[in-house]
Design a binder for this molecule. Sequence first.
Ligand code: F6R
Length: 615
Amino acid sequence: MCGIVGYIGHREAYPIVLKGLQRLEYRGYDSAGIALYDGKDLNLCKTKGKVADLKTLLEKEISTSGKLGIGHTRWATHGVPNDVNSHPHYSNSGNLVIIHNGIIENYDSLKKELIKRGYTFQSDTDTEVLVNLIEDVMTNENIKLGKAVQLALNQVIGAYAIAVFDKNKPNEIVVAKLGSPLAIGIGEGEFFIASDASPFIEFTDNAIYLEDHEMAIVRLDKDIKIRKIEDDSLVNPYIQKLQLNLEQIEKGGYPHFMLKEIYEQPLAIKDTYRGRLLADEGIIKMAGIEDNMKRFLNADRIIIVACGTSWHAGLVAEYIFEDLARIPVEVEYASEFRYRNPVITEKDIVISISQSGETADTLAAIKLAKSKGAFVFGVCNVVGSSIARETDAGAYTHAGPEIGVASTKAFTTQITVLTLIALRLARAKGTMSSSDYRRHLHELELIPEKVTEALKADKHIQAISELYKDSRNMLYLGRGYNFPVALEGALKLKEISYIHAEGYPAAEMKHGPIALIDENMPVIIIATKKGHYDKVVSNIQEIKARKGKIIGIVTEGDVNVRELADHVIEVPETLENLSPLLTTIPLQLLSYHIAVLLGKNVDQPRNLAKSVTVE
Ligand code: F6R
């Protein structure tokens, strides 16, 4: 949560920092601020609101010139979103200025100490405490900024990605990282600092991703030196070539990133299995699995840890692993798992699923599992992310950047990777017949085309959305493989339209939720041909008998549900265990259109942020 950007070099910093903040707004968008050094003065402007609000205000209030600048877009943790709590924050002398992504947990005791020493505070933030702590160390010890940052951070408990500079020494920015991401882009006589590489992708494809407990002094006249915060030891910088391109992080003609990402799914799924799925040869190749095949074959069970949409993908994987590979699976919310002293042995495999690769609870769950001797396999989208680095092995989803806060293509590509793994293990264990295995491979290869088909219902779904946009509640039902899809459909609706929605296994309806059904309750029910179809049709009858409004997600050509339901949305036929890849598409479009019709901010829903780097 929170995005940080910095620039030092020969160009004007303001446009780079501003554009960078716009690209990082997915990380938090309740307030924003920029500090620029123009060669003489330090100019700072910050405000509650979005980066667009900051731009309007800043261009009226301060000079935008200067070749050194830092900026921040915030998702509030300490202190409500308001102008004062926005970053950057000054130190008491006004010499130091800082931006911070993370939480300083012991800020209260540090603040009390600083107050005793005469420091005063304008904001309620932990960040203002940190910048004053740095200043205090710097003045007391009479040392340079870099050393002061290091000594101050050794007193800090918490998580941070920070960038700080001293207006009296405007040829350097000091950065440090623990728990929150920080990338340094390296150009010709210029450096970029950001929470991810998107702010500097058009300027350089060379980047260093700081590891936890590392800091760097980014200085114009010298090579970057990276040091361990604890003991000052030097670390060899690893310069990575970035794969990202500008097109991937722009809207490309779509009104919202979410819609673009929904429509990207055929290609994203193809990119996920490209080079891994050789259907004609009957081969699945995944290095992370092949290299660790023995472990997977000897595992007592698989524990999946994740949050939100990724947790839903984990639930789909539970069905598919148990069904095809006959390996017992447990799916855990990372936030619960990490705090409940779980029984984990060396014969367990933990699979962590995360789009961003930065989710704090998932990271903590991984660390816990590793400390108990489990082998941890990561399924991540963001290359080089903290989770990708922390896990013993893994597989990327290769979905490309997902910028809309509501996860769409991440979900379907996570399911694709997990399906490939399940199939590979099933083959190795001999739990599937050769013909069934090959049928699955061929059918998986057809999924992108079928997603394209499913997307053709878009206009029809928009018309249905018009009818139900004013509902106060909605119920989503599905069975078997499509129960997690019902959960995911309900989550999508909640997060972007703010309509209350619940997902349930269809058969559980009779155990409580049926009491909610009346003529005002729309029920979205997934009733594809192969997924316990007759039983789901009975559930539909029960809803109809209570006058609920029925929107059925059905297989192409369905007759029975069409007769009963108020509306049907068709998806192409596929194997039952691949059906979530198709049934999820209409649910994404339904939530998208309802949110647009209600005038909600689809890409940046209130109170949310794309990567949840605080617990
Ligand atoms: C929902 C959504 C969140 C994320 C969750 C985990 O649309 O985006 O529920 O799925 O915060 O994030 P990652 O996958 O980045 O670990």
